[in-house]
Ligand binder design. Structure first.
Ligand code: SAH
Ligand code: SF4
Ligand code: F3S
Length: 443
């Protein structure tokens, strides 16, 4: 078989990264080898994100950019998938004659057929939602990045309809993957030498809630923890309203569960949380944080925050800043509100200007940067157990993550990759810690 080349570009969140890995696996079976240069590709696929206006614009710019490659390569196939494709469907084919195929977030399994059609000159768009769990069964055979830590999809979609968010519209209803499928994937990964799994979904802590015969998310974590060669478990993302006592208890009773949780608040103001349709109050959120911190002292909390939501007053915003100080996030992903077509919030009137939103974001970032650095510095002198993932930034350095999720660089050799080693922290920076390998290190 003549080897053809696939160039895959991924935008957006880990769901897309994971989907892209599935796509690469699927098309490898059709004779397409992934490469890293669009100029030498027979097929170019963009896996897109539409969570904010800026993310979507980036995709359109990229399509414009790639269009020119077709002038020289008449047989080049260009396909667009992911969340922008799901939202726009056929209109992408109409707007961009250079696009040969459009596939939605539930249609990855159709890609081999669609590519075959495109090779014959047929343009197709497939964006129907398929709301059963079968489509989650295909898991990636080819994965990028570290071989030590891997993402494993446990659920897809979202039923929450936060008023600002396009995700439920582009990912469809929440579906949990069967636990036997998840366990068999994790088992395979363990046999390939993977030491850490990160359980992935828009809302992992509602895993199994609306499906009979599935374990709860806490039970699923326990089952994964029973797989001996898996040494660490993380998960992302959780929704505060579904943060059960049972799940919080896992942090006291399952040592393999790492001391880190991503629990986005989105705002610190009850008025804004109500408008956002988040389903919890500031008080309940803080109560969950206290429970987590007492279940696992030292747990690192990370989160997401939106500034400039319609109706957010200066007082509301100050409540967000106060919440940040109270929680003391290890890290925070913060965004300026961006209206998304079709969402409830897009119909609300926006009173604050782009400049004001930006100014609020800057104030927030300044506070968060200080807190992150303070937290990082508090680790100086401590001993952290690091799962070594690969080379660090500088020659002679290795890099990995502490149990609490912090990146640690230290002088060491590649033989340490995939081992758990003890490292004494000697310096702390904004985004990482620097350490020295201890003489006696557990394996
Ligand atoms: N399911 C996850 C993440 C969803 S999208 C969760 O609920 O936490 C990732 C982040 O993008 C969200 O947490 C939110 O902070 C941000 N986001 C989503 N829609 C947005 C919008 N319209 N404008 C600005 N930020 C948005
Ligand atoms: Fe979007 Fe809310 Fe669902 Fe997260 S929980 S994906 S923010 S609708
Ligand atoms: Fe973006 Fe879709 Fe993820 S909109 S954030 S790629 S679910």
């Amino acid at each position: 078989m003549i080897l053809k080349h696939l160039y895959m570009e991924t935008f957006g969140c880990q769901m897309n990264v994971n989907d892209s890995e599935r796509i690469v696996s699927l098309l490898a079976d059709k004779g397409y080898a992934a490469n890293s240069d669009p100029r030498h590709a027979d097929i170019i696929l963009l896996n897109t994100c539409s969570v904010r206006g800026g993310a979507e614009e980036k995709v359109y710019k990229r399509i414009e950019n790639l269009r020119h490659l077709k002038k020289h390569r008449k047989n080049l196939i260009i396909g667009v998938g992911g969340c922008v494709a799901q939202h726009e469907g056929d209109t992408l084919l109409e707007k961009f004659p250079c696009i040969d195929l459009v596939f939605g977030t539930h249609n990855l399994h159709l890609l081999p057929d669609m590519v075959e059609a495109a090779e014959k000159g047929l343009r197709r768009s497939e964006t129907a939602f398929i709301d059963n769990d079968q489509r989650l069964d295909l898991f990636p055979a080819v994965r990028k990045g570290s071989r030590v830590s891997r993402f494993v999809t446990v659920m897809q979609g979202c039923d929450n309809f936060c008023s600002y968010c396009i995700v439920p519209f582009v990912r469809g209803r929440e579906i949990s993957r069967r636990s036997d499928e998840i366990l068999s994937e994790v088992g395979i990964l363990a046999s390939e030498g993977v030491k850490e799994v990160v359980l992935l979904g828009q809302n992992v802590n509602s895993y199994g809630i609306n499906t009979a015969d599935l374990p709860s998310f806490a039970q699923l974590i326990r089952q994964i923890a029973d797989i001996e060669d898996i040494k660490r478990i993380r998960f992302t993302t959780s929704h505060p309203k579904d943060m059960s006592d049972e799940l919080i208890d896992c942090f006291s009773t399952i040592p393999k569960l790492c001391s880190q949780i991503q629990l986005p608040a989105q705002s610190g103001s009850n008025a804004v949380l109500t408008l956002m349709n988040r389903g919890y109050t500031r008080e309940r959120y803080l109560e969950r944080i206290v429970a987590l911190k007492s279940a696992r002292p030292g747990i690192m909390v990370t989160g997401d925050m939106i500034v400039g939501f319609p109706g957010e007053t200066e007082a509301d915003f100050e409540q967000t800043l106060a919440l940040i100080e109270e929680v003391r996030y290890a890290d925070l992903y913060s965004f300026v509100y961006s209206p998304r077509p079709g969402t409830k919030a897009a119909e609300m009137t926006e009173e604050i200007s782009r400049e004001q939103k930006q100014e609020r974001l800057e104030r927030l970032l300044k506070i968060q940067r200080r807190i992150t650095l303070e937290i990082n510095r508090s680790f100086t002198g401590s001993i952290q157990t690091v799962l070594v993932e690969g080379p660090g930034k500088h020659p002679g350095q290795m890099s990995g993550r502490a149990d609490n999720g912090k990146t640690v660089n230290f002088t060491g050799n590649p033989g340490l990759i995939s081992h758990l080693v003890d490292v004494r922290i000697v310096a702390a920076y904004q985004n990482s810690l620097m350490g020295e390998l201890m003489k006696t290190t557990p394996v």
